[in-house]
Ligand binder design. Sequence first.
Ligand SMILES: [Zn+2]
Length: 681
Amino acid sequence: MRGIGVLCFLLVMLFQPLLALCAQDAAPKVASQEIRVALDPARHELCGATVLTFAGVAKQARLGLAPAARIESVQDAGGEKVPWRFDSGSLTLDLAGRAATVTVTWRASFHDEVSRNQTAEDPSYGVNASIGEEGTFLGGGALWYPVPEQVPQSRTVKVEAPVGIEAVTFGARLSRETLGGVTRSVWREARPVGILSLCAGPYLVEEREVAGIKLYSYLSRDNAALAPRYLDAVARYLPMYQELFGPYPFEKYAVVENFFPTGYGFPSFTLLGGSVIRLPFIVDTSLPHEIAHSWWGNGVDVDASEGNWCEGLVTYLADYLLKERRSEAEGSDYRRQLLIDYASLVTPQNDFPLTSFASRSDPASRAIGYGKGAMVFHMTRRHIGDEAFFAGLRQVARERMYRDASWSDLLRAFSERSGADLSGFRTWLTRPGGPRLALADVTLRRDGKGWRVNGVVRQSAPFSAVELPLRLESAGGATTEVVRVGAREETPFTLTSAAAPGRLLLDPAADLFRILAQDEIPATVNSVKGSTRLMGVVARDCRARPETFRTFLASLSQGTAPIVGEDALTSTEAARRDLVICGVPADRSLIPAGAELPTAAGEGAADSLLFQVLMRAAPEKGAVALFLPGSECAALQYAPKVTHYGKYGSLYFAGGVNRRKGTAAAAGGGAVVRFQPQNNP
Ligand SMILES: [Zn+2]
């Protein structure tokens, strides 16, 4: 279950559009708002007082507040009662002829139960707001305090709770103390954004400072030992992102533990479930994702009129970019996986254009809003170059911080910084699906001293104009050329090569968003797990004992698959089966093209396991997996881990951990042409 689920919980708390509060007439500007709340976890209750100072004179003000709240009093600065009306979550104050400062006191009870039938695609666990002994979460959407129509120009929050219950909300922490059996803290935002969320619990608090920004961790006693790991990671990622996007827009960054397994990113803090925090990979996956949301989604809000762009952008700038920075191969593997997910999960029935994406509700909407969105940013970056791309992002951050931005604002900034006309990119946003491309009619001819490859790129309707990388591989190396494919059925191309070419590959690094054909989707661990005709084969150099190999197959739900020695394997049997071969078979024709045999330094060593699944095209289509432990000991240690990497086709373990995971390039279909071996002229 590792990896699955957790990454799905990622979610940014987009500012709730101010619901029914959208101003019809000009809503009065709020110069400042002070919110004082006292939490009573034993009773699941809070009582609060808020002081609102309006800028200028207004006849009326409307505030949003949880419909179940009880208003206790509304007074002006002189202590005079202010007439009010509270109906269906809307509190209307009659301000005619009064001073600009009004105090509202209220009480409210919040006790949403954590849903037990959690599906991975309901990241809220059914909890909008809950105050309790195990923890308190008050989401902005629950309107736990009176929320004015316009975001105040400055905002202060004072929280009181029973001794030891620490609270966190937006803004800088001005003070924190425990006195007379009460724990208090005060928070202030210089530039308030959105509606406040607040959490509280029996946290142990650690703090640090990096580049003038306060970093905090608010973790339960159980997880407090992880604080340095998280603070170190924040101290690494915040400066990295400041360099890429410009100044960090908030006063602090806090890692806060939640009592149910969320992965939320709020302005200036992330709220991660206790079980999530303990997963070892979160510091380098969910955490940077949520930190990047500080700029994209929280600092710059989403103008959703053209769709939510922030999940695609943050997926690209965190989940993806960190992989790309580790290696080119990890980057292209990640992009390929996005294309595989899209092709496997999105159907004409559940597809929609990016302009219609609001938030994910299932794996398909995730493959569109996060995956296709990330690919659109990748194609933009490739088109205009790194410098213009990141300068464009910094421009949007500078111009739209604390306000909202749309896809158009982003495209405009990229266009201004690069001088490129990006109007053609709109179709990636407004059209569902994507191009379906294949190589066809490919011929190879001698041309003077070298070779000439002619062919066409064929696409099925609806047609798109795309920039398509084609790679020609020969013994002398590989050359990649970007072909401008027109919005029509066939686009001819000509490539030349000095040496005899071995293969022609269509977009081998997955730089283009397109719909993969079924036979381009590579074989993975899941192909082995799902096989109905699997056979285990023991080659002579298999370094695992027979029972260890048997247990390995059982861990892949193939405990009843027959196992034979390579010598006993007939070619008929080999052709009609899916195979897992332990060791490198003496008959190399059993190994499909594209297999990597352990040659790289260290691979094949006693403490290592290489496992790869490949798709064989002939004589009959089938999956062939190579199971290559360096020793019996390595097989015992690493083989049980393989099943957890279902979506990968290539795994390498050493030193106690997974060192590499990936998926092979498009294996067949119209994306690869193999040439007959030629003699160089
Ligand atoms: Zn996100």
